[in-house]
Design a protein around this ligand. Structure first.
Ligand code: DGY
Length: 325
């Protein structure tokens, strides 16, 4: 008998056909109130789940006694209680690697946009306010040659370092759980403490995952160490930063600007003070959002789920302790 899979993210026809060849699929089109009710109704018979952007807590998962695998279409796994899943031997997989370069591109888009005031000045043109040559009041700041500080030197951190070092001649400094000699050699990068990084970097770029240890890592005390020329970039998770403290640092001129793809609460409230600051470039969590990469992530998730449902160990298993051969 085919296994039951609940999809809470739409797949391309090709991937849907691949999944349907092996499993009975229930698609929840949208995660609104109706969709959540459909999900709750489908969970009691589900063997596999595939989707993203939903906090799957014990309250929901207790409704799924037969659940064997969750394939998250994301690299971040902060929406899951990994200890709970491991205890229940539910295999959690994610989609690393395929989104690395695209997410690093997003980071660099924000670095360039914030430094050169691209959005703010493009809006001047769009609004018909370009009436004379730009002067110092509209000048931005250079990116090339400036010091790039990366916090979290995983795959995405490395891809950002690669762009900075080879593309823009930026000295790279970084902080991560431990020094990475291979990274240091490749990008001539220097490991440093967080306070040193805050004091030295012209661009502070967050690429680390949200965990119990990183939540609220950057607050008023850390912004106070940054300099008036610092540009703050976040492509990791909003909750790594105390948003109120960041807004204050941006308002007071403690830091120059920010490029933000992630926020404490998403979608960002339309009345967030961040949207009234000219020195903020805000994008709607588009880190991996290209046609090619989202399809590659979905394909990776389908592979992970089908492997798990076939009794194999998925390639991108997150909670290794949950797997029994
Ligand atoms: C990821 O894959 O974790 C991206 O941030 C999308 O959620």
């Amino acid at each position: 008998m085919k296994k039951q899979v609940v999809l809470y993210k739409k797949l391309s026809p090709y991937l849907m056909a691949r999944l349907q060849a092996q499993a009975e699929v229930t698609l929840i089109d949208k995660l609104d109130a109706d969709g959540l009710a459909q999900l709750r109704a489908a969970l009691p018979r589900a063997h596999g789940l595939l989707g993203a952007s939903l906090k799957l807590d014990a309250g929901l998962l207790d409704l799924a006694p037969h659940l064997h695998a969750i394939a998250s279409v994301s690299v971040g796994v902060d929406n899951y209680d990994i200890d709970y899943l491991t205890e229940r031997r539910i295999l959690l997989s994610n989609t690393p690697d395929v989104l690395t370069e695209t997410t690093a591109d997003t980071g660099f888009a924000l670095i360039l946009a914030a430094a050169r005031r691209v959005v703010e000045l493009a809006n001047v043109v769009r609004n018909g306010q370009w009436t004379s040559n730009v002067g110092p009041a509209q000048f931005g700041t250079d990116v090339h040659g400036k010091t790039l500080g990366i916090i979290g030197m995983g795959r995405i951190g490395e891809a950002v370092a690669q762009r900075g070092h080879f593309g823009f001649g930026m000295p790279v400094i970084y902080h991560s759980q431990s020094p990475k000699p291979a990274v240091e050699q490749r990008f001539d990068a220097q490991y440093c403490s967080l306070p040193d990084l805050f004091q030295q970097a012209d661009f502070v770029c967050l690429t680390l995952p949200l965990t119990a240890h990183t939540e609220g890592l950057i607050g008023a005390e850390q912004f106070a160490l940054m300099r008036p020329q610092t540009i703050f970039i976040n492509i990791s998770r909003g909750k790594v930063v105390d948003e109120a403290a960041m807004i204050e640092a941006l308002r007071s001129g403690q830091i120059r600007a920010a490029g933000l793809d992630v926020f404490e609460r998403e979608p960002l409230d339309a009345d967030s003070p961040l949207l009234r600051l000219d020195n903020v470039v805000a994008t709607p969590h588009i880190g991996s959002a290209t046609h090619e990469t989202r399809e590659a992530m979905a394909a990776c998730a389908v592979d992970n789920l089908l492997a798990a449902l076939a009794g194999q160990r998925p390639k991108n298993l997150v909670n290794i302790g949950a797997f029994r051969a």
